[in-house]
Write a protein that binds this ligand. Structure first.
Ligand code: G3P
Length: 226
């Protein structure tokens, strides 16, 4: 499983990239608003993220009609070669995804909450599909079980003839809120987990690692004094 960072914060992206595990970034309008982003600065901001990351960077269209989404997608794709156009899973989004995929522009279909939505996204030519985990948990449903069903259903078929360059469609576990979500996503075979920075940090931490390290350091002090 690959790690993407789910953020628009350049400092977080720079830091995570330095760890050597970062394979991509996903942004959304909420994440851009959270860093105080302004509309006019958006293309330049995405460009800066693309410079920091050696991998796909999802930038979302907020348009509601297929023509507007396609127009947004073409503009976003001009920003950098590693831009992926993020489009909500809805009828107009499917139609726009089909057009963009035929033009060789990769799409990440987002706000995916069901197996039929995921299958339709793949059939339309999405390069990535983003089933949300945490938002199911928010409404007291099992987000991991939903993710597992999407991974299994999409894995049953070969959608490569629909995608840009005939590449296999990849599942991005999104709305990930904990290291437990990350572990379960990996166990069920999700291709990618897109993770907030704080959660990514928790993924590398373990109390037994801390305790073991503490013991090693104390024992090494003894060795130095012996
Ligand atoms: O990028 C989409 C997704 O990861 C959002 O997560 O925590 O807002 O549900 P969240």
């Amino acid at each position: 499983m690959k790690f993407f960072l789910d953020t628009a914060d350049l400092a977080e992206i720079e830091e995570a990239a330095s760890w050597g595990v970062l394979a991509g970034v996903t942004t959304n309008p909420t994440l851009y608003a959270r860093i105080g982003g302004k509309l006019a600065d958006f293309p330049r901001h995405i460009e800066r993220i693309c410079e920091l990351v050696d991998g796909p960077v999802s930038a979302e269209s907020v348009a509601m009609t297929r023509d507007e989404i396609v127009r947004d997608g073409r503009e976003l794709a001009q920003i950098a070669p590693n831009v992926v156009v993020k489009i909500p899973t809805m009828v107009e989004g499917l139609a726009a995804t089909r057009t963009l995929a035929q033009e060789g522009i990769p799409v990440n279909m987002t706000l995916c909450f069901s197996v039929p939505q995921a299958i339709m996204a793949a059939r339309a030519g999405a390069r990535y599909i983003s089933p949300f985990v945490g938002r199911f948990d928010d409404i007291s449903e099992d987000g991991l079980a939903q993710l597992e069903q999407v991974v299994q259903a999409v894995g049953n078929y070969d959608f490569s003839e629909n995608t840009v360059g005939g590449q296999r469609v990849e599942i991005i576990a999104a709305s990930v809120r904990s290291a437990h979500h990350v572990a379960q996503a990996a166990l069920m075979g999700a291709d990618i987990a897109t993770v907030p920075f704080a959660t990514l940090k928790k993924c590398v931490q373990h109390p037994l690692t801390d305790r073991g390290l503490d013991a090693f350091l104390k024992d090494w002090e003894k060795v130095q004094k012996a």
